[in-house]
Design a protein around this ligand. Structure first.
Ligand SMILES: [Zn+2]
Length: 219
């Protein structure tokens, strides 16, 4: 090439009429491109495999940068003072949440693992205009809260279909569905978000049932 254009190591600037030999010397000519899956390793002839990963945390080797300024020393085998070699690590809470959702979801939305779920239980009163449904939902809500269980109550005046869809979308592990029909027999439905398992049980058995389910899903 002759009189070509190069970068100028300055923002928004280029050099024109650059010529090798006069303006700079080239040490190495090479065929340079991005590595891709299946590329052969120059050392062992193995094939490079590329995977998607999520950076959940960092590890930094700080060396003696801070121990020198802090004068943090130790005595080695020969009784000589040496600067400590330091490292530190950090785990990002936001990244951990994103990573967990990426690993735990289906077409309908998030499936929170119980240990990190923002709530363990979600209660869905299917008809906010029915005072029996509302009262039973609120009673179950308070009873579970008092037992130290984290509960979310969907008390919006929405159609059941919307509540079901949103409950699956936000993925609280266990849903308690309180509807008129089951309530007439003193019962409510419990659904496990992870596998769609459903049981219809007496309202008075709800606490035992969900405590058992939380234990089971904790593993
Ligand atoms: Zn290799």
């Amino acid at each position: 090439m002759k009189n070509f254009v190069t970068g100028a190591n300055l923002k928004d600037a280029h050099c024109i009429n650059a010529n090798t030999g006069r303006d700079f010397n080239i040490d190495v000519y090479g065929d340079i491109r991005m590595a891709k899956d299946g590329d052969i390793c120059p050392k062992c002839n193995g094939a490079l495999r590329i995977y998607r990963g999520i950076e959940v945390g960092h590890v930094f080797k700080l060396g003696t940068k801070y121990s020198k300024s802090l004068k943090a020393v130790y005595l080695d085998d020969n009784g000589k003072e040496k600067f400590m070699v330091m490292g530190c690590y950090g785990i990002g809470v936001g990244r951990t949440v994103a990573a967990s959702i990426e690993q735990n979801h289906d077409d309908n939305g998030i499936i929170w693992p119980v240990p990190i779920a923002p709530f363990q239980i979600m209660i869905l009163p299917l008809n906010m205009k029915n005072s029996d449904v509302v009262k039973n939902s609120e009673d179950v809500y308070h009873m579970l809260i008092v037992s130290g269980i984290e509960v979310l109550l969907d008390d919006r005046d929405e159609r059941p279909g919307i509540k079901f869809k949103d409950a699956d979308l936000i993925g609280i592990p266990i849903q308690i569905i309180v509807g008129e029909k089951n309530l007439k027999e003193g019962k409510a439905e419990i659904k496990v978000r992870k596998d769609g398992r459903r049981v219809i049980i007496p309202v008075s058995d709800i606490k035992n049932e969900v405590v058992g389910l939380i234990k089971e899903l904790m593993i």
